[in-house]
Design a protein around this ligand. Structure first.
Ligand SMILES: [Ca+2]
Ligand SMILES: [Ca+2]
Ligand SMILES: [Ca+2]
Length: 220
C-alpha cells in the first residue's frame, strides 16, 4: 500500500516535471551589448553593435519582460526581471531572436511596450519600427502567417532614463488576448530551461507531493 502510494506520487510528479520542462524549451535568445561613453544612436547604432561584435551578455527566456528599474517594472505584463547585463542600465542595445512555429493560418499581432525604441522583423518583414527615445509606449504590428516556421528578430535600444521591454503576441485580433511570444506554440531557440523555470518545476513537484501526502493523511 505504501509502495503503491509512493509509486503513484513519483509517477504523477515525474509527469508534472516533464510537462514543465517541455514547456520550458519554448524560449527566446536575448543578447545585450553595452555602448561606449557616447552610447548608441538609435536603431542604426544598435545594428552596428550587433553586426560588429559578440554580445556582452545573453540568456534564454520564455518571458521577455526586462527593466533597469531597481524597483521593478509592472508595465503591461506583471512583474519584470533585470537585464542580463545588470547593473548596466544606459546606452545599450539588445536583440531578441528565435523561431516561431505556426500551425494555424491567421493574422498574428505582435506587441511591444518599450522605453526606448524597437524594431521587430518577422520572417524578414519589418512590422514595428520606432527609432525614437521616450518613456514606455505600446506598439503593435501584424502579419499574416500560414503554417510554418518563422524567424523573430526584435532589436531594442536604450539611451538613458528607464530601460524597459515587454514583448507579447496575439492571434486573430489586435485586441488580444496577448501571451508571451516565447510560450506560443513551438517558439524555439534552445532546449536549455531557464533557471527560474527549473525552480518553478521543483516547486510544482514539491507542491504535488505535499498534496498527495495531505490526501493520504486525510484518508486515515
Ligand atoms: Ca512587466
Ligand atoms: Ca537606463
Ligand atoms: Ca530610456
Amino acid at each position: 500500500m505504501k509502495l503503491d502510494f509512493l509509486h503513484r506520487t513519483f509517477a504523477s510528479s515525474f509527469f508534472a516535471a516533464v510537462l514543465c520542462f517541455s514547456k520550458a524549451q519554448a524560449s527566446l535568445l536575448l543578447e545585450q551589448w553595452q555602448g561606449g561613453g557616447a552610447g548608441f544612436s538609435g536603431l542604426a547604432g544598435a545594428d552596428a553593435a550587433i553586426a560588429g561584435r559578440l554580445a556582452d551578455a545573453s540568456g534564454y527566456y520564455s518571458i521577455i519582460d526586462f527593466t533597469d528599474d531597481p524597483g521593478g517594472f509592472a508595465g503591461e505584463i506583471p512583474g519584470s526581471v533585470p537585464w542580463p547585463l545588470d547593473p548596466a542600465n544606459d546606452d545599450f542595445a539588445a536583440r531578441v531572436s528565435g523561431l516561431l512555429s505556426i500551425t494555424t493560418a491567421d493574422t498574428y499581432y505582435f506587441r511591444t511596450y518599450a522605453d526606448d525604441g524597437v524594431r521587430l522583423r518577422v520572417n524578414g518583414t519589418t512590422i514595428i519600427e520606432d527609432d525614437t527615445y521616450h518613456p514606455e509606449i505600446p506598439l503593435v504590428g501584424s502579419i499574416f502567417l500560414g503554417p510554418g516556421t518563422y524567424a523573430i528578430d526584435l532589436v531594442f535600444f536604450e539611451g538613458g532614463g528607464e530601460a524597459s521591454l515587454e514583448f507579447s503576441m496575439a492571434q486573430g485580433s489586435a485586441e488580444g488576448p496577448y501571451g508571451h511570444v516565447g510560450n506560443f506554440e513551438g517558439t524555439t531557440t534552445s532546449a536549455v530551461p531557464e533557471a527560474s523555470t527549473w525552480f518553478a518545476g521543483a516547486v510544482l513537484v514539491g507542491m504535488f507531493g505535499a498534496g498527495r501526502l495531505c490526501q493520504r493523511f486525510r484518508r486515515r
